[in-house]
Structures are given as structure tokens and as C-alpha cells.
Write a protein that binds this ligand. Structure first.
Ligand code: AVI
Length: 312
């Protein structure tokens, strides 16, 4: 199994410098996922308060057969942001793909999870692709002639603002080609307390995940941020239907990042993540805005989470 690597944008430094040089402190959420961040995110998915992963996995266990019945067998499954690919086996068993292309920005993680999956599906041709899937991609030649099923689980779409989501869905359509399908997970709007608890768990794992971003800046850039003076804060923004995550300075702090002096006052916040939640109709509308036609959807009995199948 050969991994194809494309040039991964190394804009971490630029994004961090512009965060501290600008008027608003904000860093794109994609930088949360270095090796440690990816490990911590895996731990988050197992927390009692973090319902999305287990709810979506149960949906896939229960309804992948319906997906297979609708789209038939033999497509190439292309998974966007495959991470550890824990939910994928249900789908692969049900749609009997002729190839599997997991795409992830973190090559290290991708190769470990591809090896794992290859052991479980020894006959399946796997073509891992290390790439940033935010732009249209050229898929490996081996899958060029095959009809595709795009798979975008985890409600990762929720981490983007609406305009970026539509752009991404449109570029996925371009990457996947004509007659493709897309199976995508959306986290639903629900009780605020439940949402906030999912992003501020009692064991403090999500806080550690957020604070790792500051450790990463200290590790990879020349910085001396006093991480212990920051706290993880998760709030529900009803107007935007999203959880917003911040790192808040608990006292006046000063530090340097790559020679730039930064001062933050107690209470000032760095905005590091959004996690949008959707009504089913909102989600369908967003898919249609990007040129996809929703054809089926499945939700759990509490309407915590939905999977939508859409056609190009
Ligand atoms: C990856 N993504 C869908 C997660 C979410 O639920 O928005 C990221 C996350 N951040 C904190 N907890 C989970």
C-alpha cells in the first residue's frame, strides 16, 4: 500500500502570527490536530458527554445496509478526513467497495489507520492520500474510472462556517465526479446543556485538547506562552447555532511568538473553534446549495445526529 503525499499547506506559522498581530484573536481549528491533538480527539470521542461519535457509529451499524441497497456495490469509497477510520468498517462491509481512498492531512495517523483497516479487509485495495481536502483533489489513478461514494462522517462539516461548508461540498463534488454519492454526518441542534457538556467534559479532556494548541505553538514556533494562565471556555451561540470554543487569559499575560511581543488582558479570549449544529432541513439546504441532491437520511430516535445520502 503506497501512500500518496500532496503538498500540505504549512500555514500554521502565518495563521498564528496573524492571530496575535490582528484585532481579533482567532486561530483556525485545523491546527488543533497535531499528533497529540489527534490523540486527544480520539479520547474525546469516547467520553460519556460526547454523544456524536457513538450515535453516528450506531447509525452506521444500523443503516449502512440501506445505503448499500440504495447505491449498489463496487464503488470506490473516498473518506474525507479519515482520522482513525473507526466507523468505516460498517460502511465498507455494506457497500462492498472496489477500492478505498482515505484522505487525511495527518500522514502519520493516516498510515497507522490504513494499516489497521488493511488487516481487517485484506482483499480491499487501499490508496491513502495525505492531502488537504478543502480544495478539489486528483484521486489516485487506480480509482479514476470507478464511480465514487464520498464519506464525510463525524459532523466535521460543523467545524466550518456556512460559506466554507458550501465551498467544501462543491469541491468534493468536483473531486468525486459524475454519478457520485456523498454520505455525510450532521450533528443536530439540541438542548444547550447537553451541547455545552459535550464540549466541556467533566474529565477535562476537551480542555486539554484546546490547550494543546498553545503547547503546539510553544513547541513548533519560537514561543513562551504561559499555558497555565489560560482556560478552555465553551459557549453556545444561538444566533449562529454553534458551540464556540475559546482560550481565555485568566490573568494579564505577556509572551513572545517568533519575536513578536503579545499582551493579553485577563478575560481576553482566543477563538479556536466553532462547531455548528443543524436542523435536518438546514443540512439538506446546504447540500443543495453546493449542487448535491439529498436522497435519503437516517437519524437516531432522539434526533441527536443525522446521516444524509446525497447524489451529485
Ligand atoms: C471534529 N469535530 C467534528 C469535533 C466537533 O465535535 O466539532 C471537534 C471537537 N472539538 C471539541 N470537541 C470535539
Amino acid at each position: 500500500m503506497d501512500m500518496i503525499k500532496t503538498a500540505v499547506d504549512s500555514g500554521f506559522r502565518n495563521d498564528v502570527i496573524s492571530c496575535f498581530a490582528g484585532e481579533r484573536f482567532a486561530i483556525p481549528a485545523r491546527w488543533l490536530y497535531d499528533r497529540r491533538g489527534s490523540e486527544l480527539f480520539e479520547q474525546i470521542t469516547e467520553l460519556p458527554e460526547y454523544y456524536p461519535t457513538r450515535t453516528e457509529t450506531a447509525l452506521l451499524a444500523n443503516f449502512s445496509g440501506d445505503v448499500g441497497a440504495h447505491i449498489g456495490h463496487g464503488r470506490a469509497v473516498v473518506e474525507f478526513g479519515s482520522g482513525s477510520s473507526t466507523k468505516t468498517p460498517h460502511l465498507l462491509r455494506a457497500v462492498a467497495p472496489s477500492a478505498y481512498v482515505p484522505i487525511d492531512i495527518s500522514g502519520e495517523f493516516l498510515s497507522a489507520s490504513s494499516d489497521d483497516l488493511q488487516e481487517r479487509f485484506p482483499e480491499l485495495p487501499i490508496h491513502p492520500l495525505e492531502a488537504d481536502f478543502m480544495h478539489p483533489l486528483q484521486l489516485p489513478d487506480d480509482v479514476a474510472g470507478l464511480p465514487k461514494l464520498g464519506f464525510f462522517p463525524g459532523s466535521t462539516i460543523g467545524n466550518m462556517v456556512a460559506r466554507t461548508s458550501v465551498d467544501l461540498l462543491r469541491s468534493m463534488r468536483e473531486t468525486l465526479g459524475q454519478s457520485a454519492y456523498l454520505l455525510i454526518g450532521f450533528d443536530r441542534i439540541k438542548d444547550e446543556d447537553m451541547l455545552v457538556a459535550a464540549y466541556d467534559d467533566s474529565a477535562g479532556v476537551t480542555a486539554e485538547f484546546s490547550l494543546n494548541l498553545l503547547h503546539r505553538i510553544n513547541r513548533e514556533l519560537n514561543a513562551d506562552i504561559p499555558v497555565g494562565d489560560f482556560a478552555h471556555v465553551a459557549v453556545w451561540n444561538d444566533l449562529y447555532a454553534r458551540i464556540e470554543i475559546f482560550l481565555e487569559a485568566r490573568s494579564d499575560v505577556s509572551f513572545a511568538v517568533e519575536g513578536h511581543d503579545v499582551r493579553m488582558q485577563a478575560g481576553e479570549r482566543i477563538h479556536i473553534e466553532n462547531s455548528h449544529k443543524y436542523g435536518l432541513r438546514d443540512a439538506r439546504l446546504m447540500l443543495r446549495a453546493a449542487g448535491w441532491s439529498p436522497v435519503r437520511d437516517w437519524s437516531d430516535e432522539n434526533d441527536y445526529f443525522s446521516l444524509i445520502l446525497a447524489e451529485a
